[in-house]
Design a protein around this ligand. Structure first.
Ligand SMILES: [Zn+2]
Length: 173
């Protein structure tokens, strides 16, 4: 069986553009309605496990590519390379009440348990009823920082806490 190629028609781009505009306006619309909602804001987060000393970094950002099927959705990725601005492996999207992991990223024997990452990130960032359980297990959430000396984005827990990245630290203050 052959799959038909998906054509990038102007209609699709217009639809994508509409969804992006809607997503950008959504937080304001919710605030105007007075809805109280639990949400994880767009940004970069690091979860540290104080018991194992390991950490994982995640980024949440709106997909602004109007030709993408994810246009207007808030995509979650795991840092998987040296560049903490763009080396992320996308694995799901933020919904109103959870982080949804895409089917092809669900547990399949790989090194990453994306479903656990999704639940942990959602709970720690929103402070829901499960957050205390994760914290008891040693998990701590850090919001990415900036190096006080050079302005680079910091995603390693110790650097975030110090406020200085390893390059500037090695160079002396
Ligand atoms: Zn620096």
């Amino acid at each position: 069986m052959t799959m038909p190629l998906e054509l990038q028609t102007p209609d699709k781009a217009a639809e994508g553009e509409r969804r992006i505009a809607e997503a950008i306006a959504a937080p304001l619309a919710r605030a105007q309605r007075g809805d109280r909602c639990m949400d994880v804001f767009d940004g970069t987060y690091t979860i540290e496990n104080r018991k194992t000393g390991q950490h994982r970094t995640f980024k949440i950002a709106l997909c602004r590519n109007e030709n993408s099927g994810n246009a207007g959705k808030r995509i979650v990725g795991l840092l998987s390379g040296p560049d903490n601005h763009q080396d992320y492996t996308a694995f799901g999207r933020v919904e109103d009440d959870r982080i949804h992991v895409w089917d092809h990223r669900r547990r399949g024997g790989g090194p990453h348990d994306f479903e656990t990452y999704a639940r942990m990130l959602w709970s720690l960032a929103t402070g829901d009823v499960h957050a205390v359980t994760w914290r008891d297990k040693g998990a701590t959430l850090h919001v990415a920082g900036r190096c006080l000396m050079c302005g680079r984005k910091l995603t390693v827990p110790q650097s975030i806490l110090l406020g200085i990245g390893p390059v500037c630290l090695a160079g002396g203050i």
